[in-house]
Design a protein around this ligand. Structure first.
Ligand SMILES: Nc1nc2c(ncn2[C@@H]2O[C@H](COP(=O)(O)OP(=O)(O)OP(=O)(O)O)[C@@H](O)[C@H]2O)c(=O)[nH]1
Ligand SMILES: [Mg+2]
Length: 399
């Protein structure tokens, strides 16, 4: 019979081998998996980056998915015209044509009707939920819009307010308003109030997007402005690595939640909108967008939970930045800047401003990007991928 001591040693050896094998397996798994956290102010391009990953490495937005996003395009168009018309009032800009006033009233009445319809639906849903709570046998709240449609006048209201349609009246009003010189003047002064830049892309294409058969293209999807409200996680397989991308909401009120995702992050992808240098924030109209972004970057770069985490800095919206520099100086944002107002010099300067706001030891990899340009992003993502592989190898070696 085997002596007890030899048996114990054998068992300990086998146990240790199993643990080693498990650790090895875990290390290999970690080598193949990276966790990327996209951070940055609202509208800086975080979700557009995730969309590009989906275009390049995911299912590429099949038609069935794109159809579902049609209401978002219409909502972007409606919000844009509403903000343009409201800005005209604020800035004291007059309509060029007399009939534009009528179009504007007709359009705003439609917006008001839609808001009332949605409020009525919301209220009715609340009531129904309350009734369901009292009596679980009650019908399902989800079917409510269909039920409302069946009541007298409901169908008519629904037709007028459906989110997935642009009515003929609305399309005519929007087209005429967008062509009015007063509205165009308000567009030129958009840095004085908040307006999504993609508004022009959709308004220029109003004829196409208002057709019954319209299905948003992949490019349209990339231009949709839909603020992230809850943390979203996406998974992609990129050149043999699994990317787990955590996409957060950039609004000031949402930033407290970010800290819950700092642990275990391979790299932070920080997005800033270069074109925000002469814009005020949507959620705080006293703060300049680029200054907010610089402050945010500094806070994160010095955050103790991210001490060991490398940052990849996306100097995004470079296309819009280049356009703006043709008429506007970055001195409005950085009064002490005395270099030439060329895209190269200004981008270098802003990049320097970010790099000044990090601890000396922290590694930050800057990239100049246009998140809506798939060809460009393909090259950028390939560069970023190589950096991520390096970072990951270093991290796994330390485990
Ligand atoms: N022209 C241009 N538009 C861009 C670029 N990057 C993003 N956009 C547009 O900017 C808008 C905002 O982009 P998002 O990706 O939704 O911004 P976000 O950082 O996710 O914003 P939140 O979810 O609110 O935090 C969208 O309409 C995009 O199409 C860019 O480089 N150039
Ligand atoms: Mg987002």
């Amino acid at each position: 019979m085997e002596p007890k001591k030899t048996k114990d040693l054998k068992e300990a050896f086998l146990r240790s081998r199993t643990i080693d094998a498990e650790l090895n397996e875990e290390r290999k798994k970690k080598q193949r998996e990276v966790q990327l956290l996209t951070l940055g102010s609202a509208g800086s391009g975080k979700s557009t980056f995730s969309k590009q990953l989906r275009v390049l490495y995911g299912d590429g937005f099949p038609e069935a998915e794109r159809v579902k996003l049609r209401p978002n395009v219409y909502s972007n168009v409606r919000v844009a015209i509403k903000r343009l018309v409201r800005a005209m009032e604020k800035l004291g800009i007059q309509f060029e044509r007399e009939e534009s006033k009528q179009n504007s009233l007709c359009f705003l009445a439609g917006v008001f009707r839609r808001e009332c319809w949605n409020a009525a639906l919301g209220l009715a849903r609340c009531c129904l939920r309350g009734l369901q709570w009292l009596d679980p046998e009650m019908g399902d709240a989800q079917d409510l819009s269909e039920n409302l449609v069946s009541v007298e006048n409901g169908q008519h209201c629904y037709e007028l307010c459906a989110d997935d349609k642009l009515s003929l009246e609305e399309t005519v009003a929007i087209r005429a308003l967008w062509q009015d010189k007063g509205v165009q003047d308000a567009w030129e002064q958009r840095h004085l109030y908040h307006l999504a830049e993609s508004a022009k892309y959709f308004l220029d294409n109003i004829d196409q997007i208002s057709t019954e058969t319209y299905i948003p293209s992949v490019q349209d999807i990339l231009y949709i402005r839909l603020p992230t409200t809850a943390i979203e996680e996406h998974e992609f397989s990129v050149n043999g690595l699994t990317y787990r991308v955590i996409d957060v909401a950039g609004q000031k009120s949402q930033r407290k939640k970010w800290i819950h995702f700092f642990e275990g992050v391979t790299a932070v992808l920080f997005f800033t909108a270069l074109s925000g240098f002469n814009e005020l924030m949507d959620d705080d109209d006293k703060v300049n967008c680029l200054h907010d972004s610089l402050d945010l970057f500094r806070d994160l770069a010095y955050n103790k939970w991210l001490e060991q985490t490398d940052f990849i800095l996306f100097l995004n919206k470079h296309d819009l930045f280049v356009e703006k520099l043709k008429t506007t100086s970055i001195k409005s944002c950085f009064p002490h800047y005395d270099g030439p107002n060329t895209p190269e010099d200004c981008t270098d300067f802003i990049q320097g401003e970010f790099l000044k706001r990090k601890p000396v030891k922290k590694t930050v990899y800057p990239h100049i990007t246009c998140a809506t340009d798939t060809n460009l992003m393909k090259t950028i993502i390939s560069d970023v991928h190589n950096i991520i592989v390096d970072i990951n190898l270093r991290r796994v070696a330390l485990l």
